[in-house]
Ligand binder design. Structure first.
Ligand code: CIR
Length: 323
């Protein structure tokens, strides 16, 4: 941040009292941050636009005169890995925050409580295969907790980046997860965003995972008013997640490409994807299992993200087979 921007923003505050010092605290405390800033509420994107806009434009390759057009219509895509040789699982998540509440790095305990109640009552209204149960981290028993951890239906207290942003305040109060009885649909409550809405399967069937999510979102939207901006789409704590707020990815085993990392990185760049570690963001690759997902979330529609991911994964699987 230039001194000019710092001077212009130093004494600015959003209506809920979120300051520049809070917005940049994570990056100040963690010099290895790739982004380093978080929004404390929807208004942060306007109040601190001098800071946020350049980050958003660079990360998403977006310009403010471009329109962000959503499209979450259903898709039918050919099977990616019919013999299930490479892809272990497919997961698509979107983030949502509710209008009228501060974001998780700047929310009081009483507001978090109110929010949790509101979200749980909306989740209770889900129908058919989306029906499930909410597990509060405050009241969950040991046995259930062990099961959720074992089945990977769990989120941990935030890392040092989230901690410095203020996201861990009052943890584990008002946090919990909802999962459908078939465990293919899940919602994290009060993690980095008010909701992380997740569809997942231990298959390579991207269409099925995506279509489940595209069914769930309008139903949840009937009872929850999501924070959204005309230019920036859905607003989230981290500016890398705005727009569609969608991260669609697979866990894929690539034994040969692991030994040919340059080729893998070239393909990932060509299709505008990103690689994360086997255990998630900022973790190592174990047993040649890569987490590959879309990089861009703004200025691209939800269905286009899925089609690009599908094309990229087809190319990656082909390269692995040819090696
Ligand atoms: C950072 O700045 O490194 C963290 N606040 C996380 C940023 C979002 N993650 C990402 O771009 N992969």
């Amino acid at each position: 941040m230039s001194l000019k921007i710092f001077n212009a923003l130093e004494h600015q505050k959003t209506d809920s009292g979120f300051t520049l010092a809070q917005a940049i605290n994570s990056g100040i405390k963690n010099s290895d941050s790739s982004i380093g800033v978080y929004a404390g509420d929807a208004q942060s994107y306007k109040t601190f636009s001098l800071l946020f806009d350049p980050i958003i434009c660079e990360y998403h390759e977006f310009s403010k005169n471009k329109k962000h057009k959503p499209d979450i219509s259903r898709l039918i895509l050919p099977s990616l890995d019919p013999e299930e040789k490479y892809i272990r699982s497919t997961r698509i998540r979107v983030a949502r925050n509710l209008k009228g509440f501060s974001f998780p790095c700047h929310i009081s305990l009483s507001q978090r409580r109110k929010l949790e109640k509101k979200i749980v009552s909306a989740l209770d209204r889900l129908k058919d295969d989306l029906r499930g149960k909410y597990y509060s981290f405050e009241s969950i028993d040991e046995k259930e907790l062990k099961r959720l951890k074992k089945e990977n239906l769990w989120f941990q207290k935030g890392d040092r980046f989230q901690d410095a942003a203020g996201i861990n305040s009052d943890f584990p109060k008002c946090r919990g997860i909802f999962h459908s009885f078939d465990k293919r649909f899940m919602v994290w409550v009060n993690e980095e965003d008010h909701l992380r809405i997740i569809s997942l399967e231990r298959t390579s069937d991207i269409s099925s995972v995506y279509n489940r999510l595209s069914r769930a979102l309008p139903t949840l939207n009937q009872n929850l008013d999501f924070s959204r901006d005309k230019t920036y789409g859905y607003l989230t704590s981290c500016p890398t997640n705005i727009g569609t707020s969608m991260r669609a990815g697979v866990h894929i085993r690539l034994e040969k490409l692991e030994r040919n990392k340059d080729l893998l990185h070239d393909l990932v760049r060509t299709y505008n994807l990103q690689i994360r570690g086997t255990g998630g963001e900022k973790t190592k690759i174990r047993h040649a299992v890569f987490d590959i997902s879309n990089r861009q979330r703004l200025g691209i529609s939800e269905s286009r993200i899925i089609q690009n991911l599908h094309n990229g994964l087809l190319a990656i699987i082909k390269a692995e087979q040819n090696l």
